[in-house]
Design a protein around this ligand. Structure first.
Ligand code: SAM
Ligand code: SF4
Length: 470
């Protein structure tokens, strides 16, 4: 998977700004993150809060005084992965009795104190809106009390906290612009684990992006569950800031700063946003636009608030305004009551939309969601998996076609680092978020530079090319 927002390669990644920490801190924390980019961004806020209370970061779990796992609840499998990891930490804790283990994020919010009863090894349970209280919770837990804070907030955005960039490549960074979600898609646990939607102060977002530019960053991804419904009232200037306004303000910071954003709910992405994208070259031509299903009946059961026709018209509009826009999607196979016809409609909307890539899942019932309360999870697992396989096959073909069509084109690519396979090759992305790999070939470019690359070959997930002098 190529997306930076939910990157399978990064699941469970241990975070620290550097491998060997030679700072003055006498206590160390180790943090592992799972799930979506919001969690990875939150871990950077947590690092900042802990730093300020005397904890240095480590990537070596053996030397940690505090182990934190930032968890995801989106599907059952995500929770199983975390549970397995926690049993591994249990062993470690037996060897180092003073060490504390804490669970953060969506699973902490969903299971609350149950975590302390069920997973006996956990000392701290901290929900996504309670990270400011971590230092006092750690102190409490250190004194032998089990510490829990899972209060959700209506206004917490951590807007004033400068995140500590953990495993950053020094080129691209996540900037959280809003938290929570009000959408109540019937399959989704997020509104319950992350609470009501709230937008972050636009001024603090701009300051964070400026700071990133001043320290050499070249790309920001503005993050939220539903970025297009961003809304902030700038009381000083008596002005409303919409997502389109915010995009423009970030784009104006520097023409050298690339801007991406994720995720867009199809119902909220407006013409204003599309025209701002078109106006500024540094706003990337890429939209992640989760469709979930191609059947209007299923979309209604999912409470997505759009129909098949409406989604198709949105794709048409995007392509009309920004003809070379990359579009990716999320798709769920085997939602409650899904028939073969519904499934065929999903396959056909994928063909229609020509997604450049997709993130595909089979439906996993989540306790407490609207679907879990109202509908029976009635599609047998074997059918869910077969449908998912068919979806994956269609997407693989569409991706292959999309990448093949880029052969012969020249793209402006931001170099992110060495390619995975060879330090003789650079890896970067084009505006459409496609990975481009090309030989360094004696040119004096470095990480963070823009370069023009002509594509000569493609695979399903990578464009291969050569530098055209820039
Ligand atoms: N807010 C984003 C949106 O509306 O598109 C995405 C949120 S969610 C973290 C990412 C994706 O996980 C969703 O788009 C959906 O496809 C998938 N997902 C959410 N709940 C699921 C469930 N219960 N079973 C399977 N997939 C699920
Ligand atoms: Fe979940 Fe829907 Fe909100 Fe996305 S928009 S986080 S899928 S409820």
């Amino acid at each position: 998977m190529k997306d930076k927002v939910h990157d399978e390669n990064r699941q469970g990644e241990a975070f620290a700004p550097f491998a060997v920490d030679a700072t003055e801190y006498s206590k160390r924390f180790y943090i592992e993150s799972y799930g979506c980019a919001m969690n990875f961004a939150d871990s950077e806020v947590v690092a900042s809060i802990l730093n300020n209370s005397g904890f240095g970061a480590t990537r070596n779990v053996e030397e940690a005084d505090l182990i934190l796992v930032n968890t995801c609840s989106i599907r059952e499998k995500a929770e199983q992965t975390v549970r397995k990891r926690l049993t591994e930490f249990r062993r470690l804790k037996r060897e180092r009795p003073g060490m504390l283990v804490g669970v953060l994020g969506c699973m902490a919010e969903r299971l609350k104190a149950k975590f302390l009863e069920e997973e006996k090894l956990v000392d701290l349970v901290v929900g996504p809106d309670a990270y400011r209280t971590l230092p006092s919770l750690v102190e409490e837990a250190g004194g032998g009390q089990k510490a829990v804070n899972v209060l959700l907030s209506r206004d917490e955005t951590y807007g004033d906290i400068a995140p500590i960039r953990l495993n950053s490549n020094g080129v691209s960074a996540f900037v959280s612009i809003m938290r929570g979600c009000n959408n109540m898609c019937s399959f989704c646990v997020v509104p319950f684990t992350r609470g009501r939607e709230r937008s972050r102060d636009a001024g603090s977002i701009i300051r964070e992006c400026e700071e990133l530019v001043n320290t050499g960053y070249k790309e920001v991804t503005l993050l939220g569950q539903n970025v297009d419904s961003y809304y902030w009232m700038d009381e000083k200037n008596d002005k409303q800031v919409t997502f389109a306004d915010l995009l423009e303000q970030v784009a104006l910071i520097s023409p050298d700063l690339r801007i991406r954003f994720s995720t867009s709910h199809p119902k909220d992405i407006t013409d204003d946003v599309l025209f701002i994208m078109k106006k500024y070259e540094n706003i990337c031509n890429y939209i992640h636009l989760p469709v979930q299903s191609g059947s209007s009946r299923i979309l209604q059961l999912m409470n997505r608030t759009y129909t098949r026709e409406w989604y198709k018209a949105k794709v048409d509009r995007i392509r009309e305004v920004i003809p070379d826009c990359g579009i990716s999607s999320d798709i769920i196979a085997g939602f409650c009551m899904e028939t073969e016809e519904d499934h065929q409609e999903t396959l056909s909307i994928m063909e229609y939309s020509k997604f450049d890539y997709g993130y595909m899942y089979f439906y996993s019932e989540r306790p407490g969601t609207l679907a879990a309360r109202r509908y029976k999870d009635d599609i047998p697992e074997a059918i869910k998996k077969r449908r998912l396989q068919e979806i994956v096959e269609v997407q693989n073909r569409l991706s292959q076609e999309s990448y093949r069509l880029d052969i012969g084109k020249t793209f402006k690519v931001l170099i992110e680092g060495n390619s995975k396979k060879s330090d003789q090759d650079w890896m970067g992305r084009n505006s459409q978020n496609k990975v481009v790999v090309f030989p360094k070939a004696g040119f004096k470019y470095k990480k963070g530079d823009y370069v023009l690359v002509k594509v000569e070959q493609s695979t399903q997930g990578t464009l291969l090319g050569k530098i055209v002098e820039y």
